[in-house]
Design a protein around this ligand. Structure first.
Ligand code: AHR
Length: 490
């Protein structure tokens, strides 16, 4: 028999809107994320538009990617933007020290990224190098991209781009506590103040949103220090958090073929995001009660042992129904923290970590995570409502998560949207609600906890149509074990 759960949505209690940027992507020069994943070059046999693969471009357009963060990650603090401009044949070849020690031939640079953003219809979030280059380099990069006049603008025009681009967001360094320079928070805050001073849009143009590099996971002190010393020099402060099934970096756990214990530990560790945001937000509130500085979770997602046979350092992993649940639970958490969380970027867009899309030469598969992002599109820009769940927790191997998690919001089209996730891999739930009307939408589920798509069977796990029942005038949802549902209520 299904487990009974009740959900009460309070449409009288609305939160600040869900910024579309919460559905942002992260695309680093790492493994096959950019090369092969996004860029195949104009001479490739793989169908492409000016070098960008068409299949991936179309799939990303479909999920309305609001913002892409590029070029790193750790790569950002080793990147000299000058390597990636000018005739492609003349660009230098560097070593990508962090990610496999492979060569980086700079075929994808500033023009390729900024033009891609325009083609995709997404905002650009460019991450600058604070770790290994000077503030003048950072400032000149911004000028190269955004200026109407001057030598740098002339150089850009000579390189094929007449009009300036719009750089909406600029990251001042990345993970300054680690690969971005191994800094103490005090030093990081001072350096942020210095570099941020030189990141400016041309006179008369909208200001660039300056993002300070923030804490690693639960390092709340880092947020405290950054806010105390540098809050007046930033528009947003980042936080990075990854979900590892085992919680250990040396043996993280496999992407498929895992046990139910690891299903439970992964979902439970993913929902730690709620406490994490809450505690970082407390630190921010202390210094910024008016919430002028936004929190950007600009790296998040699952991180598994990479697939056997894949290139070391490329962070290529499969993506299963478990990742779909992680995505849904995490997006729901962001929906509950819209007062502070204004952007999030899942790591990473294609072929790296918890990717939307996997590619193998000319072939492409959409992952279960992609399907959740697709189902959740109506939440972009929506107004979230408070929702209370009364039901049991799902528990296994000492890990706990609520059996049913929910998010409700009024979409920009005026409709009420409801998302429901059943985290229990064995038991169905019967969810009774206080809502009435008709509820139609889609469900994502599969026979196994690691159901996933492969290049040979790309449609093994896909959303199917779903509708709720009405009983006694109220909507009732039958949720199969391990499922994610999103419906529109008319
Ligand atoms: O996403 C992979 C890496 O994780 C990023 O380069 C870095 O910022 C983080 O440690």
């Amino acid at each position: 028999a299904p487990v009974n759960v009740t959900v009460t949505v309070d449409t009288g209690k609305a939160g600040p809107k869900i910024e579309p940027a919460i559905y942002g992507q992260f695309a680093e020069h790492l493994g096959r994320g950019i090369y092969e994943g996004v860029w195949v070059g104009p001479d490739s046999k793989i169908p492409n538009t000016n070098g960008y693969r068409n299949d991936v471009l179309a799939a990303l357009r479909h999920i309305k990617v609001p913002v892409v963060r590029w070029p790193g990650g750790c790569f950002a603090d080793e990147y000299d933007w000058r390597d990636g401009i000018g005739p492609r044949a003349k660009r230098p070849v560097r070593i990508n020290r962090h990610w496999g020690g492979v060569t980086e031939d700079n075929q994808f640079g500033t023009h390729e990224f900024m033009n891609y953003s325009e083609l995709l219809g997404t905002d650009a979030y460019v991450a600058g190098n604070m770790g290994s280059m000077g503030p003048r380099d950072m400032s000149q990069w911004v000028e190269y991209m955004t200026a109407e006049q001057g030598s740098l603008a002339e150089e850009r025009k000579k390189n094929g781009r007449e009009k300036p681009w719009t750089v909406k967001y600029f990251g001042v360094g990345n993970e300054t506590w680690g690969c971005g320079g191994s800094m103490r928070p005090e030093y990081s805050a001072d350096l942020h103040r210095r570099y941020a001073e030189f990141v400016n849009a041309p006179a008369g143009k909208p200001k660039i949103v300056k993002v300070a590099s923030g804490a690693n996971a639960s390092d709340y002190n880092f947020t405290d220090v950054m806010m105390r010393q540098a809050r007046d020099r930033m528009n947003a402060l980042s936080v990075h958090y990854y979900t590892l099934p085992t919680g250990k970096w040396d043996k993280k756990g496999a992407a498929t073929g895992f046990s139910e214990d690891e299903w439970a530990s992964t979902l439970s560790r993913a929902t730690f995001m709620d406490e994490l945001i809450g505690k970082h937000a407390e630190m921010m509130d202390k210094h910024d009660p008016e919430k002028k500085v936004a929190m950007y979770v600009d790296e998040w997602g699952t991180w598994y042992d990479q697939e056997a046979g894949s290139t070391p350092g490329f962070l290529y992993q499969q993506n299963s129904l478990r990742d779909a649940e992680v995505a849904a639970l995490t997006l729901n958490i962001f929906h509950r923290h819209t007062d502070r969380v204004k952007m999030a970027n899942i790591a990473q867009m294609v072929n790296v970590l918890q990717a939307m899309i996997l590619t193998d030469k000319g072939r492409m598969v959409l992952t279960p995570t992609y399907h959740v992002f697709d189902m959740y599109v109506p939440f972009q820009g929506a107004t979230p409502y408070a929702a209370e769940v009364k039901g049991p927790t799902y528990e296994k191997a000492g890990f706990k998560v609520p059996m049913v998690d929910v998010s409700a919001a009024r979409g920009t089209d005026g409709k009420l949207y409801l998302s429901l996730t059943n985290t229990d891999p064995n038991k169905p739930a019967r969810v009774t609600t206080n809502l009435s009307g008709t509820a139609r939408g889609r469900i994502l589920t599969g026979p196994a906890i690691d159901t996933h798509n492969t290049f040979d069977k790309p449609n093994t796990i896909m959303p199917a149509t779903y509708s709720a029942r009405s009983s006694g005038g109220k909507l009732t949802f039958d949720l199969p074990a391990k499922s994610v549902v999103v419906v529109a209520i008319d």
